[in-house]
Design a protein around this ligand. Structure first.
Ligand code: IFM
Length: 450
């Protein structure tokens, strides 16, 4: 199939604050700065400064976006850059940086799409209890209000949270992500309070006249490798997908999950009166899709797929993740058709809500020679997923746009610099940017769009 993208389909690229910004001197600390100081927590010992030194290379990065001629750029505000202590006074320098970013995008004809929380909780709020504590949701709403009041006139689309599953379960259950805590009950309280924070923030964004308010999830289709695994699939699907979709849809915590997690929590943090807040209407939903979960009986050795760890699943029954080849460098199975399953889940739960794919891309081996950086597997990956989207649109799904993850090679969280997702290479030692083949291909796709 020749990939034909209609002119009204938005093409963009995405990044996140902690992964690219650097400039720790210009902001407060976050849980990721603290986590990076724990020996071994980040495989190569990388820290959030300089990262891609984006704060000091802003003009260069804006010019890269203009060269790509993307319609939209998805970035995240760093909560501790805006409010260094997480609540209370804002930082004029921090807000000024985002003024320059947003205005620079608009000057170049690029639509700013902002995420308010991409995992960098201010350290002081973690000391006060973090996401397992209800109060964090209210602090998040206050922060959302400040940002919305300043930027609602210029940011076109808002996401409250990015992938709350990762914040809750990698952060508080397996502890493989910041803040590195391992308590299954706390992780369930965390996911609930993240969605509560989302709902409270939606109200504040609307009050500040923000346009297009939504949330970005990582819905992951769960597939049984063996019929005996069906009950396990339901449990994992409940934690990965249904708990968030059901809260957003006003259905509360799924009944089967209340039961299957009873050994790790009494769910005392759930309050009936929260339902209207949790299910505040949204204007759009973002899906970050990379892979599926394939669930197999225990027995053979566990696969080495990042984030696919039984320790991240509260009350996990005996099982293992068994991704099949082809795999990316993350150990993630490449399965473009899974994107359709993920988007169907979203549409089934929240009918009528338009969809964007807010992240999709691959960490893969690259070949560098005197002619350039050759990353054909990444180009194929992006093209194959876009083909799935075009077919879904023909079937009538309301899918409005797609963002490649990521513009730049960046700090891949606990994997540091060891996994590269960028369509532009960043040399971690010098910060030098070099365009890869996939970026040239994406640029021509945008230029040749119908
Ligand atoms: O790098 C991350 C991003 O921050 C969130 N979504 C998945 C990406 C790849 O792991």
């Amino acid at each position: 199939m020749t990939l034909q993208i209609p002119s009204d389909f938005e093409l963009g690229v995405a990044t996140a604050a902690w992964q690219i910004e650097g400039d720790l001197a210009g902001r407060g600390r976050s849980i990721w700065d603290d986590f990076a100081e724990i020996p071994g927590a980040i495989v190569d010992g990388a820290t959030g400064d300089p990262a891609c030194d984006h704060v000091h290379r802003l003009e260069e990065d804006l010019d890269l976006l203009a060269w790509l001629a993307v319609d939209a750029y998805r970035f995240s505000f760093s909560w501790p850059r805006v409010m260094p202590t997480g609540s209370g006074p804002t930082s004029p320098e921090g807000l000024g940086f985002y003024d320059r970013l947003v205005d620079g995008l608009l000057e170049r004809g690029i639509t700013p799409v902002a995420t308010l929380y991409h995992w960098d909780l201010p350290s002081l709020l973690e000391s006060a209890g973090g996401w397992p504590a209800r109060d964090t949701a209210y602090r998040f709403a206050d922060y959302a209000q400040v940002v919305a009041e300043r930027f609602a006139d210029r940011v076109d689309r808002w996401a409250t949270l990015n992938e709350p599953w990762c914040s809750a379960f990698l952060g508080y259950c397996s502890g493989t992500f910041a803040p590195g805590r391992s308590d299954a009950g706390d992780s369930l309280a965390a996911i609930y309070h993240l969605i509560l924070g989302h709902g409270l923030a939606v109200e504040r964004l609307r009050a500040a006249q923000a346009r297009n308010v939504g949330i970005v999830l990582n819905l992951i289709p769960v597939v049984a490798d063996d019929l005996s695994m069906e009950p396990v699939v339901r449990h994992i699907d409940g934690l990965q997908n249904r708990i968030v979709l059901d809260l957003l849809a006003g259905r509360g915590v799924p009944a089967d999950l209340r039961e299957s997690c009873a050994s790790v929590t009494d769910w005392a943090f759930v309050r009936d009166e929260d339902t209207p807040v949790l299910s505040a209407p949204i204007d759009w939903l973002g899906e970050n899709y990379y892979t599926i979960y394939r669930v197999a009986p225990v027995g053979e050795a566990d696969a080495d797929a990042i984030g696919q760890e039984t320790a991240a699943i509260p009350a996990c029954p005996p099982m293992r993740f068994a991704p099949r080849e082809p795999l990316t460098d993350m150990g993630w199975e490449i399965l473009p058709s899974g994107l359709e399953s993920a988007l169907r889940m979203a549409t089934d739960a929240l009918p009528g809500v338009p969809l964007w794919v807010c992240e999709n891309g691959a960490a893969i081996p690259e070949v560098t020679d005197e002619t350039g950086i050759h990353d054909q597997v990444r180009t194929d990956y992006v093209r194959d997923h876009l083909e799935v989207l075009m077919r879904m649109r023909e079937k009538g799904f309301d899918i409005r746009g797609y963002y490649v993850w990521s513009l730049l090679d960046n700090l891949e969280w606990a994997s540091g610099w060891t996994k590269k997702f960028g369509i532009v290479r960043v040399d971690p030692a010098t910060g030098e940017r070099t365009v890869k083949d996939s970026a040239r291909w994406y640029r021509s796709l945008i230029a040749e769009r119908g």
